[in-house]
Design a protein around this ligand. Structure first.
Ligand code: GLC
Length: 802
């Protein structure tokens, strides 16, 4: 045993020496003299779970974070005993467990390099007040090690030197460095010496992470209760770490309907019906694409969920239908607080069925939210989730609402100092009864889960769309998310950028900020810059509190309106590209946004970059985050990139100035890329088009791009009715070969390809489609950079002259 008197005096306890070892299939148990058991489970060759108990017995193994669909299984496992330690070997990792201290060291199995090492390792403090332990883990923070992840923290992408808390919190007008805010995602990735690993601390109590803040050479994490229970995930590529974490905690159960990737407009609140219509009509009149309109709390009758204010919305079904005819989907807000009102059937039913949360001694958990005093359903009880799901029948099936927005689900309680339930509130926790200390961080997740199941059932055969504010690891399986109540300031534009990147590398790609800021009102310039960033986030919605004036794209004058339109149009053109990135995300767990460190971890210059990111895998974006500027300095990652606006090529691996007037922003395309584009539509499905554009960016060498497509809604794609095209580009001095491989049974509505070549160093003189020579005049209308291919080719061969 390692004696650390100072810490021991502070009440810390440590495991003593191992006296027993047992192996059951993929799980090993090491028991110490003082009744600590370390359970090591080899989940995959590169994923190992470490779980500790201090009582000689483990509690029921239950997790909301880990999905049953996670892939498991390893190729190789060998355990050997040496004099001072045990050695666990998989094909990717070697893990040593010290006999005297239970401390862990983890090595890369191939080059035997040390990747991660316990400092004190597992230790704990007994909690007299609540029982159980405050469980702690400390690891050595290696030289030049950097840390990323942890969900929505409003700080620069690299977290080195900082400490954080995870406790989902309603955080109106939070700021840079405010901690904690809305989400609890206890997962980080680290990188050191070009090797990346991740740690998912699957503990729903309040957790803390310290990345070398308290002690420069120590990284630690701890929780107020529950088990020390973490998954160690090895890369060495950071993208594989994130993909593996996303696999463990789950990918979205289905693709979103394509309209959900369109542009959304929201405000607190649009009412009455005439105002909603005025907004949607203006979008169409000004030809600014938009797919969804939101109704905030004022559509309800006295803020009672699942009711309508019939004065303002006399016939919701008709209105929703009319909006739909005009290409708008209606999304409505649903909060967890249920107004105490015996005349209100939702309240009455939940009361009769005993579905509301109760305090330790039995009274109901009563708290104030928008409707005044409320009770709150215990969404951690399966029966309650079932009931909640059924409540959506009328809204979705009958009225025709297409999406539901879950808010205040931290859960937020007004006029109390801790902004939420007291600790003693009881929860079912799926048959593992506990206090709010344990259930708090998953409350919102379980609400969103129940909402998702309701929508899935009643929207069938269409796909559901849900958005949530609170989240714990795994919430991405059910819903999209936004970052809560931000502010219309330049600093918040910076925050929105780092948050979206951070969420993506925390397994949650379907995320976005309130564009323009929720509190206060932006100047036109800030709004335009925010739209430019927002169109590159998977969830793209303007929202504002409405207190300080309007925030629709047309309220800032025509110059701004035109800029906003231009960027929303670009989003709609790039929908097939985003949809393809989403496909990669739900299949392989690949984040839709890639911070530069995730994109190119080998280049240490990327380790501290926060502003630039790669959208999908081919488009480099960098928002302009300051007023009154005609451009900015930015880092271009290694490789050759084309300026999207000018086609000028730049060589990466360096920082440079990029021009970007207010109507522009720095966007670069990776050389060799094939970028698919739809025509501009006012909403998804507005147009039937039989032609898709492929923008091809010349390169000497090879590059692979993808294009995914399906019916844009419904589940047929799960039965193979999708189309996944792989484009292989090969560029030579006077020649290009573009090969296409198509997989899946779906025939897209387009059969023609307009192929636009960027930066061809030669004039096209002739070309062949599938080995047949084509008349150049007819197929490119005499343009030297463009050809029209009116069939699904497998190979295009293009020849040119200087
Ligand atoms: C919360 C939400 C915000 C919403 C408001 C009223 O502040 O975060 O988006 O508009 O409540 O429902």
């Amino acid at each position: 045993m390692i004696v650390n008197t100072e810490l021991e005096q502070k009440g810390n306890l440590f495991p003593s020496e191992i006296i027993k070892y047992k192996k059951v299939v993929d799980t090993l148990y090491f028991t110490t003299k003082n009744n600590v058991i370390l359970q090591v489970t080899v989940v995959r060759d590169s994923v190992i779970r470490f779980r500790y108990t201090t009582t000689g017995k483990f509690d029921n193994d239950f997790s909301y974070g880990i999905t049953i669909h996670a892939s498991r299984g390893y190729n190789f496992l060998e355990v050997t005993e040496e004099e001072t330690h045990y050695v666990i070997k998989t094909s990717k990792l070697i893990c040593k467990v010290e006999k005297l201290s239970l401390q862990i060291k983890i090595y890369d199995a191939l080059d035997l390099k040390l990747i991660n090492e316990d400092e004190l390792g597992f230790h704990w403090e007994e909690s007299y007040e609540f029982g159980g332990d405050i469980v702690k883990m400390s690891k050595v923070c290696q030289r030049a090690e950097s840390y990323y992840g942890l969900g929505d923290k409003p700080v620069g992408v690299n977290m080195k030197g900082k400490r954080f808390e995870n406790w989902v919190t309603d955080s109106y007008a939070f700021g840079k460095d405010t901690d904690p805010i809305y989400k609890a995602i206890p997962f980080y990735t680290a990188i050191q010496d070009n090797k990346s690993y991740g740690i998912f601390f699957d503990n729903t109590f309040k957790t803390h992470f310290d990345f070398g803040q308290e002690r420069r050479n120590v990284t630690s994490f701890w929780a107020q209760g529950g088990e020390m229970n973490y998954y160690f995930i090895y890369g060495p590529k950071m993208e594989d770490v994130v993909a593996n974490y996303t696999d463990l905690t789950g990918k979205p159960h289905a693709l979103p309907p394509l309209w959900a990737l369109g542009f959304h407009q929201c405000k607190w609140s649009y009412f009455p019906e005439s105002e909603v219509k005025e907004i949607t009509n203006t979008f169409r009149k000004l030809q600014i694409p938009c797919d969804a309109i939101y109704l905030d709390i004022d559509y309800m009758d006295g803020f009672r969920c699942f009711t309508w204010d019939k004065n303002h919305f006399p016939d919701p079904k008709r209105m929703v239908k009319e909006l739909e005819n005009d290409g708008f989907k209606t999304v409505v807000i649903i909060d967890p607080g249920i107004k105490i009102d015996l005349e209100y059937d939702v309240f009455k039913e939940a009361l009769d069925k005993d579905y509301f949360c109760k305090r330790a001694d039995g009274p109901y958990m009563k708290g104030k939210v928008w409707p005044g005093e409320c009770y709150f359903p215990d969404y951690t009880k399966p029966e309650v989730r079932e009931w909640w799901s059924e409540l959506f029948k009328e809204l979705i099936e009958d009225i025709g609402v297409k999406g539901v927005w879950n808010d205040m689900n931290e859960p937020a309680v007004m006029e109390v100092p801790n902004k939420t339930f007291p600790d003693d509130v009881r929860h079912d926790f799926d048959g593992n009864p506990c206090s709010h200390r344990k259930a708090h961080n998953v409350y919102g997740m379980q609400m969103a889960r129940a909402t998702y199941h309701g929508l899935k059932k009643f929207a069938y055969p269409k796909r559901p769309f849900v958005i949530t504010r609170a989240a714990y690891s795994g919430t991405q399986r059910y819903t999209s998310t936004w970052m809560g109540d931000n502010v219309a300031t330049w600093e918040h534009l910076w925050i929105a950028n780092v948050q979206a990147q951070r969420m993506a590398m925390s397994g949650f790609s379907f995320a976005g900020s309130d564009i323009g800021g929720f509190a206060e009102q932006p100047q036109g310039e800030l709004f335009a810059r925010w739209i430019q960033l927002g169109v590159f986030h998977a969830f793209c919605r303007v929202h504002s509190s409405g207190d300080h004036g309007d925030q629709e794209p047309w309220v800032f004058g025509t110059e701004i309106t035109d800029i906003v339109r231009k960027f929303i149009e670009l989003r709609y053109q790039l929908l097939p590209y985003l949809y393809t990135a989403f496909w990669d995300y739900i299949n392989d767990g690949i984040p839709i946004l890639k911070s530069l460190v995730l994109f190119d971890q080998e280049d240490v210059h990327t380790h501290y970059r926060s502003d630039e990111f790669v959208y999908g895998d081919k488009i480099l974006v960098c928002p302009v985050l300051e007023p009154n500027t005609k451009g900015r300095r930015m880092y271009i990652p290694r490789g050759n990139w084309y300026n999207f606006w000018t086609d000028e090529m730049v060589e990466g691996g360096k920082e440079m100035w990029v021009d970007a007037d207010l109507d522009s922003m720095p966007i670069f395309i990776k050389e060799g890329a094939v970028i698919p584009k739809y025509p501009v539509q006012q909403y998804v499905g507005e147009k039937q088009f039989n032609e898709i554009t492929l923008d091809v960016y010349y390169k000497v060498g090879k590059e692979t791009s993808k294009l995914y497509d399906d019916a844009h809604d419904g589940y047929d794609y799960k039965k193979g009715r999708y189309s996944l095209r792989t484009f292989k580009f090969t560029g030579k001095e006077n020649e290009i070969i573009l090969q296409q491989h198509k997989e899946g049974k779906f025939d897209a509505q387009y059969s023609n390809f307009r192929i636009v070549f960027h930066n061809l160093p030669f004039k096209i003189t002739s070309f062949e489609i599938d080995n047949v020579k084509v008349d150049l005049q007819e197929s490119n209308g005499n343009k030297h950079q463009e050809i029209l291919v009116e069939k699904s080719f497998t190979e295009i061969h293009l020849f040119g002259d200087e």
